[in-house]
Each structure stands twice: as C-alpha cells, then as structure tokens.
Design a protein. Structure first.
Length: 178
C-alpha cells in the first residue's frame, strides 16, 4: 500500500476470514474504489475472481491489485520476494512467477486506491511501460505465454516505443486496462 491509499476498516478481517475458509487459496486480493487527490471516489476497479482468469490477465497486466494482496508466507519464501530488476512493475513480475499458486480476488471493495496517474510523472509512466514490455518479452522468450501471445508482444513494443505517453494512457483507459 502506498501512504496515500486508504485501507477500509474490516479489510484484513475479511481477507483473513476468506483465507481461513479457503485454505487452497495462496494469494487473495480484492476490488478497490479509485480516489482522486481530494479523496473523492472517481471509480472502481473490479479484477476477476477466478484463478484461471487472473493468471490469464497476468500475461498483460496484474490480475490482482498490489496494495490489496493478502498472501501466505510460503509464496514469498518460495519466490524470494521481489526481483529488483523489475522495480516499478514488481507486482507484475511477482504474479507471473507465482503461477503455481492459487489466486483469487474477493468481490468486495476493501481499499480506496489513489489514481496512479496522479502519483507518477510522465517520465515514470514511460519507464513503467518499458519495464512492462521487457517483462512480457522475458516471459514470452521463456515459453510461459505461448506463440499466440506474439501479436500482443508486438503491440506492446509499438505502443511502448512509438506512441507518446499521453496517447498510451488514453488508449489503455479506453480499453479498460488503466
């Protein structure tokens, strides 16, 4: 969680209860409400609940919202935490490395999440796009994503290196991935 995100009062209780009742789940996230710099609700993000859909989403963007993660220690121990090479997209990398673990999202908004566009400069956003592309390329070359992922990888290269940052943000919003 970033310092300007707001955890709702029963979040940890709800997630711990869910994990206790679903012992096969290793990483549990939740839905969020988006807030602006004044703390006003400006939207929500609802990621998939199902493990298979989350893992499919993880090929393009994280299927669990990072500040909502509630995970078993064994996940972090087995994966040795975050890879420093993927700073700024460490959640994206971690979830792809966590493919052997069961993931879910609780269909309850348990966090007020500050809008990312208000937290990062254009330069930082461009770095995130570049690191995301390199992460996708890494997993594609390892064979994790399959040959049908290749057109998406080409799209990622084109948008990362040829489109201005404002256009990328606009297109991602229109496609519902930002």
């Amino acid at each position: 969680m970033d310092a300007d995100d707001i955890c709702l009062p029963r979040r940890f209780e709800i997630q711990l209860d869910y994990m206790s009742k679903n012992p096969n789940t290793d990483i549990c996230g939740s839905w969020v409400k988006l807030i602006d710099e004044k703390g006003e609700i400006i939207g929500q993000v609802h990621k998939p609940k199902n493990d298979e859909k989350i893992k499919k989403m993880n090929h393009w963007i994280p299927g669990l919202i990072h500040p909502t993660w509630f995970a078993k220690r064994k996940v972090y121990d087995k994966l040795h935490g975050y890879d420093p090479d993927f700073d700024m997209v460490e959640d994206f990398d971690f979830l792809n490395r966590a493919g052997d673990f069961k993931m879910t999202n609780i269909n309850n908004e348990l966090l007020l999440w500050r809008s990312a566009q208000n937290r990062r400069s254009k330069k930082d956003i461009q770095k995130m796009y570049q690191k995301s592309f390199h992460l996708r390329l890494k997993y594609f070359l390892k064979g994790n994503f399959g040959i049908l992922y290749f057109p998406l990888l080409i799209r990622s290269f084109i948008t990362t290196y040829l489109f201005p940052t404002k256009l990328k943000i606009y297109l991602n919003k229109k496609m519902g991935v930002a």
